[in-house]
Design a protein around this ligand. Structure first.
Ligand SMILES: Nc1ncnc2c1ncn2[C@@H]1O[C@H](COP(=O)(O)OP(=O)(O)OP(=O)(O)O)[C@@H](O)[C@H]1O
Ligand SMILES: [Mg+2]
Length: 272
């Protein structure tokens, strides 16, 4: 069976900094895979390698049976099958919501104006901002803007949706609206690869959770296992920090010493 996404021995370096150190995993059609892990562990880089916003240093990325890392691939055609939603919404501020959702359909997919408008309206309705078609992005809340960005991606008929911390720039009371749109997409069978710190979302919606640290996958499995009963000390320490921001992380140090080597000196040690 072909996987929706297949990543094999993926490496990515920036100069002498090796950020991805051999990552392997697959996403099956209709599955939701959530990627979690500490800041700097390579989650965004991984996502950016999946749509070739970054060129992998080594390894294979295959999406929908098409190897994107093949030098002969038509990368624009392949990328058209991928929807990407970032932390920042990247909407054009001088265009209406409707125009924002139409422009790539017109330019990239060469859809006619009427068809593009119909599809834009359908998708804006679907994410609950159909009433905002004629508004400009700066007139919308962050949660509404992010839902417009999701509608814009959906309007391109993606085979796979990539989300990179789609709710982390939002005020807490707006997070729920965006997560419920994503939950609905998952229920409708969309294949999704989601980098998130929303553990309750991952627990409820993900088919699999991948925990990354230091450019490798430390563990992966069903959410009940990785979040509910993590096997590795690094995963446990990370989850404790995410679930309890006041946690200082002083236990499990035997396995996290490397990852935490750059942390600031303890208070009081700077006297003199
Ligand atoms: N274009 C780049 N040039 C140089 N270094 C980069 C580049 N992009 C990322 N890095 C480095 O790669 C490492 C991993 O970054 P990445 O953004 O993938 O982490 P992340 O897991 O998404 O973190 P966060 O949770 O903070 O978003 C970091 O050390 C970062 O500084
Ligand atoms: Mg990131």
């Amino acid at each position: 069976m072909t996987h929706a996404v297949e990543i094999k021995d993926l490496h990515k370096s920036f100069g002498s900094l090796e950020v991805l150190k051999g990552v392997d995993f697959t996403v099956d059609e209709g599955q939701v895979v959530c990627v979690i892990g500490p800041s700097g562990s390579g989650k965004s880089t991984l996502l950016r390698c999946v749509n070739l916003l970054e060129q992998p240093t080594k390894g294979k990325v295959t999406v929908g049976g098409v190897e994107l890392t093949d030098p002969d691939v038509d990368i624009d055609a392949a990328r058209r099958r991928l929807g990407m939603v970032f932390q920042s919404f990247n909407l054009f501020p001088h265009m209406t919501v409707l125009q924002n959702v139409m422009i790539a359909q017109r330019r990239v997919l060469k859809r006619g104006k009427q068809e593009a408008e119909r599809i834009a309206r359908e998708n804006l309705d679907k994410v609950g901002v159909g009433a905002k078609c004629d508004a400009y992005p700066p007139q919308l809340s962050g949660g509404q803007q992010q839902r417009v960005a999701i509608a814009r991606a959906l309007a391109m008929d993606p085979a796979l949706m990539l989300f990179d911390e789609p709710t982390s720039a939002l005020d807490p009371e707006l997070v729920g609206d965006v997560l419920s749109v994503m939950r609905k997409l998952a229920q409708d069978g969309m294949t999704m690869l989601v980098v998130t710190h929303e553990m309750s979302f991952a627990r409820e919606v993900a088919d699999r959770v991948v925990f990354m640290d230091g450019g490798v996958i430390v563990e992966e499995g069903p959410p009940g296992q990785v979040i509910g009963d993590p096997q590795h000390a690094r995963t446990r320490t990370f989850l404790r920090r995410v679930l309890d921001p006041t946690y200082s992380g002083d236990d499990d140090t035997s396995e996290t010493a490397d990852a935490d080597g750059g942390r600031a000196a303890t208070p009081g040690s700077a006297g003199g």
